[in-house]
Structure formats: structure tokens, C-alpha cells
Design a protein. Sequence first.
Length: 72
Amino acid sequence: MSAEERALLRAELGVPLPDAFGELDGPQARLLAEALRRARQRRMSGLNESVEDALTLVPALTRQPVRRMLFR
């Protein structure tokens, strides 16, 4: 695995790479980094949907002020 691929994986994980990741070849490292990125995007999307669903419990006239208070 190249230094660029190691940096890509490290950036996706946000922590130093585990020793076992050194056994990955270049295509495997890129595939894993892409899978991690997609998983993070799905998780963020699901979280955003959950927040919007929860805000439906707040009266309509107060949703915008509540949203601003929660997500400055």
C-alpha cells in the first residue's frame, strides 16, 4: 500500500491505522476507504432524517427557532 493510500485510510478512520492494515494492497485499501466514506455518509444521512422526524413533534410555529437553538 502506498503512502497516499495509507493517508487516505488514516483520514477516513481518524486514528492511526491498525497494524493489520499494512497487509492490504493498494486496491483493497482504496476499496476499504471508499466503503468507510459511504458508511459515514449513510450514518449522517440517517441521523439527519431522525432529527427532522423528531422535529415534527415540535409545534410548527416553533420548529425554526428550536432548530436554530439546537444546531447553531
